[in-house]
Design a binder for this molecule. Structure first.
Ligand SMILES: [Zn+2]
Length: 412
């Protein structure tokens, strides 16, 4: 089937993004934490835009914004999140919302696509002010009420239930994904890394979203006086932890895949005083990769390092797995649609790549064929108010995104 031409409105894409940047503006970025007045204003802004293109739009009981296309024959779901991290960038989340809105707009206005449409969703709290992927888990039916009861805002301790009530959403129903309605889910996002920029590429087609493996390591020594205890007889948990972290650097560097990343994010010495030899040290460690075999290998290596440290002494090391997710593989047909659209718009200046960050698409991909498109982040900066992408790349991404949606809606 020949695909009808689809042309986006470039200035509308940019002006919609600029409009969102004004809501909760902070320096060159935004401060729109989940369920804050400015976050709710952004959600209402989106409802207005969706109603203007003929979608039936609502904010549901968990703060997801959902715009339902009147089309019924063949429908895609597209979107991202609209809240931001605290005092952060203007494109993280907003880009995917504006692309989804643009794709929905041009397809709704194109007679050749009669009966076909794009439902738009802005998931609540992907950024995890209360709970990471709150809205996407709710939409796919994987959020139980107990999690809503126990979640609190990590910045100010407000209970999620109270925040929903303050936003006027406590009596609203929670919308669930209509099974069987969708051909797939598309999400666009800034890369949040510097790979596309360093390769001189315009867009990236995501192959899979990495899994994150997180561990808590506890080093047990003997707490004692830092002035009177001879070095030879000390059992210093801090020294043991630092030596262990050094071994991680050596061993992981030898065995890592090309995109493996690992981080010691926290070391807590107890009791944490200058004149006391630490008796205990807790280390939070994580690594990420998109390859299941590599993840398994690194998991095994970490445990081998724990055994090695316990044999060497003098401190004891315990390891606890905090969480291990599985990589979320993006659908091949959706990847192919993004790739074909990218090749049509910007020949040779696109590539497939894994995502090193988590996204709502990883939640939705367990239920729908899903795919993601990345645009370059200037300097790889994100989660900071200086986060940016050139207008040229923003417009190119929107073109590719709408082109992929059109392809998927036209396919047999
Ligand atoms: Zn994001």
């Amino acid at each position: 089937m020949k695909m009808p031409d689809i042309a986006i409105n470039e200035s509308r894409v940019l002006s919609n993004l600029y409009a969102l940047r004004e809501i909760g503006k902070y320096k060159t970025g935004v401060h729109r934490p989940t369920l804050s007045p400015q976050d709710m204003e952004a959600r209402r802004w989106l409802v207005t835009q969706l109603e203007a293109i003929g979608h039936e739009a609502t904010i549901d009981g968990i703060a997801n914004v959902f715009g339902r296309s009147p089309a019924g024959d063949r429908v895609l779901l597209a979107g991202s999140h609209i809240e931001s991290q605290n005092y952060a960038g203007w494109l993280d989340g907003a880009l995917g919302i504006v692309y989804a809105l643009e794709a929905a707009t041009v397809i709704a206005g194109e007679p050749a696509f009669a009966g076909k449409g794009v439902d738009v969703i802005a998931f609540a709290d992907e950024e995890g002010h209360f709970l990471n992927f709150l809205g996407s888990y709710s939409f796919v039916g994987e959020l139980d009420e107990a999690r809503i009861d126990t979640s609190v805002d990590r910045t100010n301790g407000t209970r999620l239930r109270d925040a929903l009530a303050a936003a006027g959403l406590d009596d609203e129903p929670m919308l669930r994904m209509e099974r069987g309605r969708y051909r797939g889910f598309l999400e666009a996002h800034i890369e949040q890394g510097d790979w596309l920029e360093s390769e001189g590429l315009d867009v990236g087609v995501v192959t899979s979203i990495v899994s994150i493996s997180q561990y808590r390591l506890v080093f047990e020594g003997v707490q004692n006086h830092a002035g009177t205890t001879r070095m030879a007889i000390r059992k210093d948990a801090g020294v043991a932890a630092r030596a262990f972290c050094q071994r991680i650097e050596e061993v992981f560097a030898l065995h890592a895949g090309p995109r493996t990343v690992w981080t010691v994010g926290r070391m807590t010495l107890e009791p944490g005083a200058p004149s006391i030899i630490p008796g205990r040290c807790e280390v939070l460690f994580q690594f990420r990769d998109a390859e299941p075999d590599k993840l398994e290998e690194l998991h095994g290596l970490l445990h081998a390092l724990v055994d090695e440290a316990n044999e060497a002494g003098p401190c004891k090391v315990g390891i606890e797995t905090v969480s291990r997710s599985v990589p979320a593989v993006m659908d091949e047909a959706v990847q192919a649609a993004f790739e074909a659209a990218a090749q049509a718009c910007t020949p040779g200046k696109h590539a497939r790549m894994p995502s090193g960050a988590g996204h709502d698409a990883q939640v939705v991909s367990a239920h729908l064929p899903s795919g993601m498109l990345f645009v370059p982040s200037i300097g790889g900066i994100s989660h900071h108010f200086t986060e940016d992408t050139s207008d040229e790349h923003i417009v190119m991404g929107a073109r590719v995104f709408a082109g992929a949606a059109a392809r998927l809606l036209s396919a047999d």
